[in-house]
Design a protein around this ligand. Structure first.
Ligand SMILES: Cc1ncc(COP(=O)(O)O)c(C=O)c1O
Length: 364
């Protein structure tokens, strides 16, 4: 990323930050809050108005019932996930994490001194978790099973049948499920399911405004948790940050209650960029995984004979395109790169053209 940033003409397909601006009414709501004195500490779990609207959103979109007191507004899904892990584990406990995955899960585990056991998402299992594999990793020290659907980096979705098996597995081994659903509004078919619809008593779910509303820099997300743990999570949050910035919370409320056409527009844009990129990759030796959610394409580059590290560096230096090397997402990412579809249409199209050209060159 540092090298890409130092080369000004680079087409950036490496980062998951939407190029869209945050909706205008969201910006105005923050302005309004800041200029009318709503600039104070709030309850650590968030302002009641927002928590109440979030409970409505959870029912409408995610299909399960929660109450405002079980919603905790966090500084992005990032801090929400960290706090969820803080509240559910002690140093030395084990957590089951996906591999490849958003790298921060591993970093959080290291900070919390908990031991990651990673389950592999490979082509053999359609890049999805299997209960057989989870069973081979679970131990009496395991406290948490972390799942991420839609997945960053693979774009896969865990369907209802598989989710039921995963939830049953967690029940059988008395595990918390920490479910990272921060791409819940960016899905391309109707097979998305929140595990809390199957078992609200052991699932802590994390959500984000970052991707849904192009609000990455505002730093706001939220958790829903069973009442047995939601109070402990709010206390952990109090010690960590007191509360999320008040104007940002009012901005998030405006995002939720205002027009949702921008959310639909962004989803459709990601869908069409994705279709165009897959089309362009079809005749190349690279094997893309067709994403069913999020805004990434997970690309198998093993036919080129290059490591993901070398592929990424050469693509950047020789063709001016930045992608993320697979091993940044864990050991199971070796031999893959991740393309992000968050750049403008023309940049994604040109970036993919150059990737295809580069892949062809490596074969000659
Ligand atoms: C899977 C996943 N979870 C969480 C996050 C962090 O989201 P937030 O900006 O809400 O902290 C990201 C960001 O890229 C992500 O990809």
């Amino acid at each position: 990323m540092a090298l890409a940033a130092s080369l000004p003409e680079t087409i950036r397909l490496d980062i998951g930050d939407p190029a869209f601006d945050s909706p205008e009414h969201v910006v105005w709501a923050a302005n309004d809050a800041a200029s009318t004195g709503r600039t104070h500490y709030t309850p650590s779990a968030g302002i009641p108005e927002l928590r109440s609207r979030l409970a409505d959103k959870i029912l409408a979109r995610n299909g399960y019932r929660t109450t405002p007191d079980r919603v905790i507004v966090s500084q992005g899904a990032s801090q929400g996930l960290f706090t969820a892990l803080t509240a559910t584990t002690e140093p030395g406990d084990e957590v089951l994490l996906p591999n490849p995955a958003w790298p921060n899960y591993l970093m959080m585990s290291q900070l919390l001194r908990i031991r990651p056991r990673t389950y592999q998402l490979t082509r053999r299992t359609d890049f999805l978790p299997t209960v057989d594999q989870l069973a081979s990793l679970v131990s009496p020290h395991t406290r948490v099973l972390l799942i991420n659907s839609p997945s960053n980096p693979t774009g896969t979705l865990i369907d209802a049948a598989r989710m039921q098996k995963i939830v049953d597995f967690a029940e059988q081994h008395d595990l918390w499920i920490v479910s990272d659903e921060c791409y819940d509004e960016i899905v391309f078919d109707d097979s998305f399911i929140s595990p809390a619809t199957l078992n609200t008593a052991r699932v802590i779910s994390a959500y984000s405004f970052s991707k849904t509303y192009a609000m990455t820099g505002w730093r706001i997300g939220y958790l829903t948790a069973p009442e047995t743990i939601s109070g402990a999570i709010a206390k952990c949050q109090e010690s960590l940050l007191a509360c999320v910035s008040e104007p940002t919370q009012w901005a998030a409320l405006a995002a939720l209650t205002g027009p949702q056409d921008q959310v639909r527009l962004m989803r459709e844009t990601y869908r069409s960029r994705c279709a165009a990129a897959l089309d362009a990759l079809r005749d190349s030796p690279l094997l893309p995984t067709e994403p069913r959610g999020a805004f990434y394409i997970w690309l198998d580059i093993s036919a080129t004979g290059l490591s993901d590290h070398d592929f990424t560096l050469r693509l950047l230096k020789e063709h001016g395109v930045a992608v993320a090397p697979g091993n940044a997402f864990g050991t199971a990412g070796a031999g893959f790169v991740r393309l992000s579809l968050t750049a403008a249409d023309a940049d994604v199209a040109e970036g993919v053209r150059r990737i295809v050209r580069f892949a062809a060159e490596t074969l000659t």
